[in-house]
Ligand binder design. Sequence first.
Ligand code: NAP
Length: 281
Amino acid sequence: MILIDGKKEAAEIREKLKKEVSQIKKEKNQVPGLTVILIGDLAPSQIYVRMKEKAAIEVGLKSEIIKYPDSIDEKSVLDKISELNKDNSVSGILVQLPLPKHIDKKKVIGTISPNKDVDGFHPHNVGNLSSGYESIVPCTPLGCYLLIKKYEKNLSGKKAVVIGRSNLNGKPMTQLLLKENCTVTITHSKTKDLKSECLKADIIVAAVGIPELVKGDWVKKDSIVIDVGINKTDKGIVGDVAFDEVSKVAKALTPVPGGVGPMTIACLLKNTINCFKKIYN
Ligand code: NAP
C-alpha cells in the first residue's frame, strides 16, 4: 500500500511557491498579500488562522490578520471586506468560518471580490468550477485532487465515490473529478447502502466528519482512498476512514494527520499567489 504523504507533497509545493514569491519580488518589487479576518475567539479557528499565517510568512507572502470580537456588527465586517477588495496590496481575502450567528455567511462570502476569494466560496467561483471553466478552487478539495493526480495520472473513466456533499468539500471535489472524466457518485447522510457504493469505487474521497466510517470491507482492492476527516476521539485525531483496516486493501491511502490537512494550507498559499498574478496581469 502506498501511504500518500500529504506532508511531504505540501512541503514540496510550499518550496516551489517560495521560489515563485521571491521571483515576483525581484521582477515586480511586490509580494502577494493574504488577509484573514477572524471573528470571535473559537479555539480551533484561532489555531487554523495561526497556521495559515505561519505558512504564508514562510513562503514570503505578506500576511495580515484582522481580528474582531464576537460582538462586531455585520455591516462593519462587510465594509472592511469592501475596503480590502480595493486595496492593491491585498491579493487574497479569507474570512475564517464559522461566523457568529448574527453575521450572514452568504453576505460575507458574496462581498469578497471573486478575484480575491482564495477560499473559492464565492458563487462566481463556484459557478465557474461547476461549468468547467477556470476558477479559484476551494483549498481542501484542490489538495485532495493534487494528491490523487500524483498517484494516478489518468483518471478518465474511473469510478469515484465522494462521501459528503458540503460546499466546502464534497461538491467541489465532485466537480474536479468530473472534469477529469471520472464517473462520480456523490453520497450523503440519506444515501442508502453507502458500503455498496464504496465497493464500486476506484477512488473514494471521504469528507464526512464521522470517525472511521469507511471500513476495510467497504473498499475495493487497489482503490485510492483520500481521507478528509479530522475527528477528535479518545484515541486522538482520526479520519473518516478506518486506517488500519483500509490500509490492508487499498492501493493508496492518506493518513490522518499528515494527509489532506497540510495540502489545504499549501493550496491556500497557491490560490493567493494565483490571485496576485491574475490581478497584476
Ligand atoms: P459537513 O459540512 O458537516 O458535511 C458532512 C457531509 O457528510 C454532509 O454532506 C452529510 O450529509 C454527510 N454525511 C453525514 N453523515 C453521513 C453518513 N452517515 N453517510 C454519508 N454521508 C454522511 O462537513 P465538512 O465541512 O465537509 O467536513 C467533513 C470532514 O472534513 C470533517 O471531519 C472536517 O473536520 C474535515 N475537514 C478537513 C479539512 C482538512 O483540511 N483536512 C478541511 C475541512 C474539513 P448531509 O448533506 O445529508 O447532511
